[in-house]
Ligand binder design. Structure first.
Ligand code: PEP
Length: 246
């Protein structure tokens, strides 16, 4: 099933979450043929979890720490998220990588922790503008995937991947659907190369300045298996239109 996911980032308080979900659910209640996911801030997980129970909307977190428990002030573990009914977690978002210094090795540890704990990670990969201009897009993405999945080669079916070119995130300047298609195909080739028993269960979703006008165009591409939507997911009506755009 296609995956259409919201990434609220550091927006929307718990009380605003309640208002959002009250408005959002009736707008998408008939949608059964695609997976709808809200990746909300940690502080909204509790209220969202209560409100999404028994609905067609899944709950995701935006980050997780790789240790199981202990003296890691300010961090959140896989089991804490699972206990709240979280099904997905974004791992290695470019804002985590470039603002908070998360490297490919930390991303790998987080993926290991998620798979050990039964949480489905959405691994984010994508090149910066300078890397793209230097013709390094494919090399950067392949390196990110190979390090992130090291020791996890047999588990490639248990994750999803978001291709999010860093220059396209929040910039109003999305990749073209054709460019996204080419990179998505390449990502699937890398997964096939990593795991000879790969069943093709990894969805490769596109993220970066998706809006109501371009969402349907991305979804026409054969290897675009969904969308990860930041800014345009902050309004429930707009996000519902994106969910129903194809
Ligand atoms: C994101 O943060 O994952 C994202 C894709 O943001 P935006 O849609 O705002 O570009």
């Amino acid at each position: 099933m296609k995956l259409i996911s919201a990434n609220w980032k550091m927006n929307i308080t718990p009380s605003q979450t309640k208002e959002y979900i009250i408005k959002f659910l009736p707008l998408i209640e008939d949608v059964k043929d695609r997976e709808i996911l809200l990746c909300v801030p940690y502080t909204s997980l509790c209220i969202a979890s209560e409100m999404l129970k028994g609905t067609n909307v899944k709950l995701g977190a935006q980050n997780v720490y790789y240790e199981q428990k202990g003296a890691f002030t300010g961090e959140i573990s896989v089991s804490m998220l699972k206990d709240l009914g979280v099904s997905y977690v974004i791992v290695g978002h470019s804002e985590r990588r470039w603002i908070f210094g998360e490297d490919d090795e930390a991303v790998n540890k987080k993926l290991v922790a998620c798979l050990d704990g039964g949480l489905r990670p959405i691994l984010c990969v994508g090149e910066r503008l300078d890397e793209r201009e230097a013709g390094l897009t494919y090399k950067v993405i392949e390196t990110q995937i190979r390090i992130a999945l090291s020791s996890l080669e047999n588990y490639t079916d248990m994750i999803d991947i978001a291709y999010e070119p860093v220059w396209a995130i929040g910039s109003g300047n999305p990749a073209t659907p054709e460019d996204a298609q080419a990179v998505h195909r390449f990502i699937k080739n890398v997964l096939e190369d990593l795991n000879k028993n790969y069943q093709g269960m990894t969805r490769v979703v596109y993220g970066g300045s998706v809006n109501v006008h371009n969402a349907g165009e991305f979804m026409k591409m054969p290897d675009v298996d969904g969308l990860l939507v930041g800014g345009a997911s902050l309004d429930p009506k707009t996000f519902s239109q994106i969910v129903k755009s194809f």
